[in-house]
Write a protein that binds this ligand. Structure first.
Ligand code: UDX
Length: 440
């Protein structure tokens, strides 16, 4: 099939390359000519494991092309995927839908008919119906149809999540739209990927409900961590014991610095805002508490550091390991690691940040912090090391070697990622979140 993809960010670029890999002819449009040029040249504008290899191999087949002309991408395509961002509005909680609306308008303007518009962006429930209504009122007799097909890919595992998703969700108004989506994803369906076919609003709800559930699971265990800290109990053991219960499960139950990134934080806020507009604010008022618990973890790391320094950060050197919002990503949007680094810097500490992939993005957001290319440089002479993003590189650190590098062998493991016994044996004083048992 011939597909157009609008938006070449983490979602659009990965989706497009995966669709070309599955055999479709895919034309990708992005408003940013520099990004288009990079992608057309086989270079990834962001770090995603395996993406550059997939990009090169699909470019070579000639099935994947990039353009900064919306018309070139859209004209002659059968299916049009909207993969643009829906960031949080400036100064408000609701999602900013201007990119979705302009992608939709571009498709309506340039598409040959008949055709199917497929929304993948995360949108407030009701958006798809609004767009579908606009299509049906189109006086030009447009034979375009709208479907919604939310995307669940995670950064760091985006390719596997796209080619082997846990499920596909098709939000459709008609059998025709369902058939088109089934044709797009034929090889995935043949390999047994489950599909849930439903109406437009339910499909939009699946995405925001899934992200709300995941955020809730993380904040739940982080709330338990707060209690463990005062009750001198251990959240890691608690989480392990809870995870064995098959009704609960171990995933997304890692206590630490909490969630960040371009999705979970803004999606739960946008969901609350939308519920308010629909007159159902009470139903998801707990999401505000989820957000607060999440923010408190960041404050807790700063207060732990403050306690270590007797309340005075001035003249203290702190190494922050990690800038990305999670490992295997260079994304620093709402990164808990950078948030903590910036807060300690504001209090007067000399903060040196290391990250295997995210330094360039971090510099753009927090230019006043110091950045190091090598983790040992960041840690040299440090009075405190804070592990803020659990990259494998940091798990591989030999604590004996680093004990001789730093000024003071003091660690805050804000992700509960390290083997504390080994670090303590190597002479380190170890603090961690939710490990009340470690603190004395
Ligand atoms: C998320 C959803 O998982 C994905 O389905 C959706 O399409 C986009 O939003 P992503 O933002 O890439 O994906 O990251 P995810 O793996 O969900 O992690 C989100 C945050 O939660 C990270 O900051 C991570 O460090 C944190 N996290 C995750 C925890 O603090 N504890 C956990 O147990 C799991």
């Amino acid at each position: 099939m011939r597909l157009s993809v609008l938006g070449a960010g983490y979602l659009g670029a990965v989706h497009a390359a995966c669709m070309a890999h599955l055999g479709h002819e895919v034309r990708v449009y992005d408003i940013d000519p520099a990004k288009v040029a990079l992608l057309a040249d086989g270079k990834a504008p962001f770090y995603e494991p395996g993406f550059e290899e997939l990009l090169s191999s699909t470019l070579t087949t000639g099935r994947l092309t990039f353009t900064s002309s919306a018309r070139d991408a859209i004209e002659g395509s059968d299916v049009h995927f909207i993969c643009v961002g829906t960031p949080q509005q400036q100064g408000a909680e609701a999602a900013d839908l201007r990119y979705v609306d302009s992608a939709f308008e571009a498709i309506v303007k340039h598409a040959s008919c008949p055709g199917t518009i497929v929304g993948k962006s995360t949108v407030p429930v009701g958006t798809a119906r609004r767009l579908a209504d606009a299509l049906s009122q189109d006086r030009t007799g447009s034979q375009l149809e709208l479907a919604w097909n939310p995307e669940f890919l995670r950064e760091g595992t985006a390719i596997a999540d796209t080619l082997r998703p846990d499920r596909l969700v098709f939000g459709v108004d008609t059998d025709t739209a369902e058939k088109v989506l089934a044709e797009v994803y034929r090889s995935l369906l043949d390999s047994g990927v489950p599909v849930v076919t439903t109406d437009l609003p339910t499909s939009e709800m699946v995405k925001v409900a899934a992200n709300s559930f995941l955020a809730t699971k993380i904040s739940f265990i982080n709330a338990m961590a707060e209690i463990c800290e005062v009750a001198k109990a251990d959240v890691v053991t608690l989480s392990r014991a809870l995870g064995y219960d098959q009704r609960i499960g171990p995933r997304f139950l890692n206590a630490g610095l909490g969630f960040g990134g371009g999705c979970l934080p803004k999606d739960i806020r946008a969901f609350s805002a939308r519920a308010g507009e629909l007159g159902a604010a009470d139903a998801v008022s707990f999401l505000r508490e989820i957000d607060k618990i999440n923010q408190r973890r960041r404050d807790r790391v700063v207060s732990l550091a403050s306690n270590i320094f007797g309340g005075d950060f001035l003249g203290k050197r702190i190494a922050v390991l990690g800038a990305a919002f999670k490992p295997d990503s260079d994304d620093v949007r709402d990164s808990p690691a950078l948030n903590v680094a910036a807060a300690m810097h504001l209090k007067g500490a000399a903060v040196g940040v290391h990250d295997p992939q995210a330094i360039n993005n971090a510099k753009k957001q927090f230019p006043t912090l110091s950045y190091y290319e090598h983790v040992d440089e960041a840690c040299r002479a440090a009075d405190l090391v804070v592990l803020a993003t659990e990259w494998q590189d940091y798990r591989d650190i030999d604590p004996r070697v680093f004990a001789s590098l730093v000024g003071q062998p003091v660690l805050i493991d804000a992700r509960n990622a390290l083997n504390h016994e080994v670090w303590i044996e190597a002479g380190w004083k170890v603090h961690a979140l939710g490990r009340g048992n470690l603190e004395e």
